[in-house]
Design a protein around this ligand. Structure first.
Ligand SMILES: Nc1ncnc2c1ncn2[C@@H]1O[C@H](COP(=O)(O)OP(=O)(O)OP(=O)(O)O)[C@@H](O)[C@H]1O
Ligand SMILES: Cc1ncsc1CCO
Length: 342
């Protein structure tokens, strides 16, 4: 079956539907949110929790709300994160076995609602009730790939953002072919490490992938990312020491993070799920939404390292979650390093 046949709706269809619908979970807010909305206070919760629930400092986006006009600033980053926390979007994740736990916890800590669901029988219904979809190619098998294509097709049909994480693209022929199949299903954003992005773009000399780990620097994949983005009408993010984000024309650099993140398995996978959540509150602005999500994640790792009892991957894994949950405005405004390169 041809790729185009599987994912027929055009990007324009998707964009106009996204602007018109932006459907959401419909689920009641969690207990803590209800309590805040009713004017209560909960000792163990950070202050952003109640602010987000009250919505007094955040212009949530969507058809009814004022949409934030995102800029490459740390203030903009904070505002968008607050919009995420206020909306608490349901993010449908079809991900690998390794990442499920940390991904769900990252989403929860950052203020989102995760759901992991991969059954072929169920994915379309799950996309329908979710605000965004994450498709990760980590521990793939043919029935899962079929479910991923079905889910991606449904997301495009409903105008919902979806993000592709081409884990290990280039490692085996089957994996590369499956990633290319999903790429043909019109993701809003693709996020990979440098080796994965090079392989996805079919770039010369892209045989450097080592399983799911990168052997290249993010800067080496910038041109490949640009050409992928232009060709497929999506935003492409390359993670690494510096994260680069492009829509094929503009290039944004994000300089947050820690090398220790590469020693926490599925850190990148979880980051990609966070990007999906940020897209929900910034319809039509995937470049900035992605950059802001990258900054938030990297910043939480930086802060986590300050707080971790020992500066190792195990402690950081825990501290990262705490920081995502507890981080306040000052840390984001002072720490997010987002720059428009061109
Ligand atoms: N050298 C580095 N310095 C700072 N941050 C880094 C460095 N390398 C990676 N990161 C950060 O680590 C996070 C994950 O990126 P990475 O490129 O390691 O993903 P990945 O290889 O897809 O991960 P995984 O497959 O384990 O999910 C990103 O937030 C990125 O900014
Ligand atoms: C280690 C590993 N293997 C398949 S997926 C995954 C998680 C990091 O990408």
């Amino acid at each position: 079956m041809g790729h185009g046949d599987e994912c027929a709706p055009t990007l324009l269809d998707a964009a106009s539907k996204a602007a018109a619908s932006n459907t959401n979970t419909g689920a009641p807010p969690p207990e803590a949110f209800r309590h805040c909305q009713e004017g209560g206070s909960i000792g163990a919760l950070p202050s952003w929790y109640c602010r987000a629930a009250g919505g007094n400092s955040t212009k949530a986006s969507g058809p009814q709300g004022d949409q934030l006009q995102l800029e490459a600033t740390s203030e903009s980053c904070w505002q968008l994160w607050q919009a995420v926390r206020a909306k608490r979007p349901l993010v449908h994740c079809i991900t690998n076995f390794v990442s499920m736990d940390i991904m769900a916890n990252v989403l929860l800590a950052a203020g989102c609602s995760p759901a992991m669901a991969h059954s072929l029988d169920e994915v379309e219904s799950f996309v329908t009730i979710s605000s965004a979809l994450l498709v990760n190619m980590g521990t793939l098998s043919s029935d899962w790939v079929a479910a991923k294509k079905l889910a991606a097709k449904k997301a495009v049909e409903l105008g919902k953002p979806w993000v592709l994480d081409p884990v290990g693209c280039g490692a085996t022929p089957v994996r590369t072919a499956s990633c290319l199949d999903l790429l043909a299903c019109r993701p809003t954003v693709v996020r990979g490490n440098a080796s994965e992005v090079l392989a996805l773009a079919g770039a010369a000399g892209s045989s450097g992938v080592k399983g799911v780990d990168s052997t290249a620097a993010s800067g080496d994949a910038v041109e490949a990312a640009k050409s992928l983005a232009s060709k497929h009408g999506c935003v492409v993010a390359v993670s690494g020491e510096v994260d680069y984000v492009t829509d094929g024309q503009a290039l944004v650099a994000v300089r947050n993070g820690s090398p220790l993140l590469t020693l926490i398995t599925a850190a990148g996978c979880s980051l990609t799920a966070l990007i999906a959540a940020f897209l929900v509150v910034a319809p039509g602005q995937p470049l900035m939404a992605t950059s802001h999500a990258l900054a938030v994640f990297g910043l939480a790792a930086e802060e986590g390292l300050q707080l971790a009892p020992r500066p190792g991957p195990g402690s950081l894994r825990v501290a990262l979650l705490d920081c995502l949950h507890l981080m306040e405005r000052a840390a984001v405004v002072e720490g997010a390093r987002i720059e428009v390169v061109s």
